[in-house]
Design a protein around this ligand. Sequence first.
Ligand SMILES: Cc1cc2nc3c(=O)[nH]c(=O)nc-3n(C[C@H](O)[C@H](O)[C@H](O)COP(=O)(O)OP(=O)(O)OC[C@H]3O[C@@H](n4cnc5c(N)ncnc54)[C@H](O)[C@@H]3O)c2cc1C
Length: 621
Amino acid sequence: MRRREFLKIAAASLAGGGVIPQSDRALGMDTNITRADFLNGAPAKLVQADWDGYGGVGDYSSANGNTYAVMTAGHGIRDALYKGELKGAQPTGETFDCVVVGGGISGLAAAHLYTEKTSRSKRCLVLEDHPIFGGEARRNEFLVDGHRLIANQGSSMFFPSMPLSLTQKFYESIGFDGKPFEYQQWGGGKPELKLTTVPYAWGGPNAGMFFGARFGHPEGLWLIDPWGKNLAGAPLPEHIKQQLLQARKGNPSFVPPKTDGDEVARALDKMSLEEHLMQRDGLSREFIREYMPTAADGAGSSADEISAYASYAPEVLFPWNNAAGEQTFPGGNTGIARLIVKAMIPQALPGPSTLSGMCADTVDFPKLDQQGQPVRIRLGATVADVRHEGDGVDVSYAVEGLLYTVHARSVVMSGGWTTWRTIPDLPESYRIAYQQFYRMPCIVMNVALRNWRFLAKMGITECQWFEGLSNSFAVRKIATFGGVPPTIRPDDPTVVRIKISFTEPGVPLAQQAARGRMRMMSTSYAEYERMIREQFTLMFARSGFNARRDIAGIILNRWGHAYLCAQPGFFFGSEGKAAPREIIRRAPFGKIAFANSDLSGIMDHRASIAESNRAVDQLLS
Ligand SMILES: Cc1cc2nc3c(=O)[nH]c(=O)nc-3n(C[C@H](O)[C@H](O)[C@H](O)COP(=O)(O)OP(=O)(O)OC[C@H]3O[C@@H](n4cnc5c(N)ncnc54)[C@H](O)[C@@H]3O)c2cc1C
């Protein structure tokens, strides 16, 4: 069913035959905003409409997060549904020098590097299960009152890199200088409010901290500029305030690791982040679990299950120009994915070769997969089976339930969590290693607001809270290319990004991940919509927010296997055993090499590029 059609059904089903509860009306659950509604209330197993919801407009409108179609096709691999069918897979008759499984930044980088390193003389095919390339680096687009708004679905920031670093050379090879962007200037009234360039709250002077029923304030209490005020006025016990301040400050006397594998790094990898924070900053376990839900935010897990080294690894592995600050394309690292595609297949993004051109362009989808070009990208293709056959590898993939096989002289597996299930004769050592890669789910909800006067009225541009759905958001100023207006004002529409994690401190990682996925898979779009409307109403109604009037659209991006969470021992091994990542990186299995950011133990597009570079070199040597 097309999305617009189920919008109409939604209103009827919501009304239960015509009567919409007053409370739902007030929340705007019946408004004709840019969202899809749902067919059922709280189903145990969601149907497509409950799962996907509204996808926005533009190139990414049918690719918000792991869509229902991708999720069910992917679970077909897990449940071995394709096994009996493989014999009937139709050979396409094609042979490629390299087939890349997965079209995220890692898969795109592998294809680009492979063709560049072979002087564009070889043929490469990328197979990606979503309706568009990019993986975690995709974007959402809204049209609100004539404004086109763009926000990232997953990966958002890049980090201006050091000259001559692998990342910088890679950027340059795709026509990107990697330099900091110009961002919107303040265009509102006085006083000027400070805004970040990233969608994360950083606790600046225009931050707000909200306390609700959990702190004895069911009607809500706001503390503005909590950090500037050293939390004075926060309804918190003194020992909690002290720990919050300590956690923010960190411990400057702690000497962080300098190289990947030095003594400090190895010591950190032996303990959890929670233990490290207790030792380094003198925080209590209870405090970390209650008040630091985002301590291990880059891994989507609780701090007690992740290696302490994971917090330091990005800086150690990829030193960057910190003074320039984190940078964000209007649609996050979608910009990098699009630049790679433009470098490989210019005709698929035919606009001008400028940042603006790349950002505003529309993908010419048929051009992605044309005979004769060095790189082809085939979308909507779920790879189900990869096996050595004859002089190379047969790769079988499903498109809308039908199986096809292509032949490859070599393969890069960039899909991450599906890898070990798709190679039937993968040696036991690789299989066991891959089973130690735990991926946590998360949801990125993008909420389009018609304006953000209700925040400006309070003097804030970002906020943090400790109860209810999620825990923070920030209005960000956008890089000014691709049709982005030069100024930002509270009167204009914006998109705020709400991240929903599934952390459960004290629960073992595998269980935490599985339970999180179950929760994500059984909660409908409508339930999330209701939760965010209630949360915003509780927090902002008194400053003029009206959910019915002010929310212009909501897109839910569900990521079932969003983050690798590297458990203690992941990086350097434990009990005398090799680290899981090392076993997989050490050598290809026959003609199959392995990439994806998870092999570095961190979720970072620089890791995606580095791992692909290694995998391609292994295949070409
Ligand atoms: C919420 C969130 C925020 C993030 N923010 C940042 C950030 O700000 N900066 C940063 O650098 N990094 C960030 N990351 C990390 C991000 O994951 C990496 O930067 C990078 O985008 C990962 O690329 P990848 O190709 O390695 O993996 P992915 O992006 O996961 O790409 C793998 C692709 O392969 C596909 N695939 C898997 N199995 C198959 C199969 N069998 N057949 C066909 N296709 C398959 C997947 O669907 C996916 O599209 C973030 C991650 C998340 C989840």
